[in-house]
Design a protein around this ligand. Sequence first.
Ligand SMILES: NC(=O)c1ccc[n+]([C@@H]2O[C@H](COP(=O)([O-])OP(=O)(O)OC[C@H]3O[C@@H](n4cnc5c(N)ncnc54)[C@H](O)[C@@H]3O)[C@@H](O)[C@H]2O)c1
Ligand SMILES: O=C(O)[C@H](O)COP(=O)(O)O
Length: 389
Amino acid sequence: MYQVKTYNAIAQAGLDTFTTNYQLNQSDQPDAYLIRSVDLHQQTLPKSLKVIARAGAGVNNVPLTAATENGTAVFNTPGSNANAVKELVIALLVIASRNLMAAANYSAEHTEADVSQRTEHDKTKFNGTELLGKTLAVIGLGHVGSLVANAALNLGMNVIGYDPYLSADAAWNIAKQVQRASSIEMAVKHADYVTVHVPKNEDTLNLLGTPELAAMQPNVQLFNYSRGGIVDNAAVLDAITTGQVAHYYTDFGEPRLANQTAVTVTPHIGGSTIEAEVNGATQAAQTIMTYLETGNVQAAINLPNLTVPFNAAYRFTVMHQNVPNMVSQITQKLAAANLNIATMANAAKHETAYTIIDVDDLDHDSSQQLIDALNQIPAVYRVRLLIHH
Ligand SMILES: NC(=O)c1ccc[n+]([C@@H]2O[C@H](COP(=O)([O-])OP(=O)(O)OC[C@H]3O[C@@H](n4cnc5c(N)ncnc54)[C@H](O)[C@@H]3O)[C@@H](O)[C@H]2O)c1
Ligand SMILES: O=C(O)[C@H](O)COP(=O)(O)O
């Protein structure tokens, strides 16, 4: 029986995906965490923890180095909530262009019976502009950014994108009419609207700060539906004062953004649709089961892709540092245990590597000795023995 610990509100449909081999929230020695935005940075990860699946995109709440050193694979659910964010950003573009917040507030304040004459006079204050023909800059063209860019094109906008790390797969999803910029400054230079869709990490902190805001046109409308900290809020408040930024829309509040007329804060709802939550939870549950039962890895954050059909009777998986001589050290231990390898595969991603070894015959009594011997190789983070059912 595998033990899963959940954090945050996980959609029931996702929890229902687990087979009867899984127990939820019954053990303090979990094999897996299924999480959303819970901050794990202050936690010591239990040694029992083999996998963390984040239902959603951002993994800035997961201590990635500590997880790797603990031998814990970390996954997210790429694209599971991208459509939800896209629809919200498109809604905000319309809200921004038509002064909808101010217009609705006006109507809420003027409820007198004979209001119609007054509104016919006052409504010119809320005249908007159309999105058709305006320019949107999209910073980050992954799952969310590409959908936003394509949808904005379909609204008749000019779209200019910036993403120096765009994967080849992601590039296929972007309409060819999206212009590519070579820097943030070039992307935002002629933009009426700027939206940012990058992960939060040490390279993207304050990605949009004073210099980037200064490169924008006066009266730009800015959207941060990525993470707090990617846009420098202090710089935005200054830029609002000078008229450089007309309005800032963000999903990530902080006290200094409260009660600012030119700032609209939503409570981190970008991915909060029923569909997205079901997608993320279901994908995360499937990822946990695949990893725990087969050791196969597809799109992990801290491990390379490695998928080998599990046809043999037994499988060893070894998560280890990406340093020379590991494969030979591992195979020496197997040879010393007199094991014949049926299949072996190894792959690396950055500083971490992963090895799968399938064997058909294994003496159960000596298997723990072999696991211990593999674990004693200094660069090894975790060894698992899986049995084919
Ligand atoms: N508000 C919400 O509820 C909500 C929902 C989903 C995602 N998000 C946030 O949005 C982020 C993006 O989500 P996604 O699903 O599109 O992720 P993704 O990984 O598919 O795409 C991120 C893109 O950003 C690009 N990128 C990375 N660093 C960059 C940089 N310095 N400059 C420009 N581009 C850069 C990457 O190359 C990648 O293409 C997530 O990491 C998460 O923090 C928020
Ligand atoms: O990164 C994400 O997927 C979003 O920010 C959604 O976060 P949530 O699952 O906490 O709503």
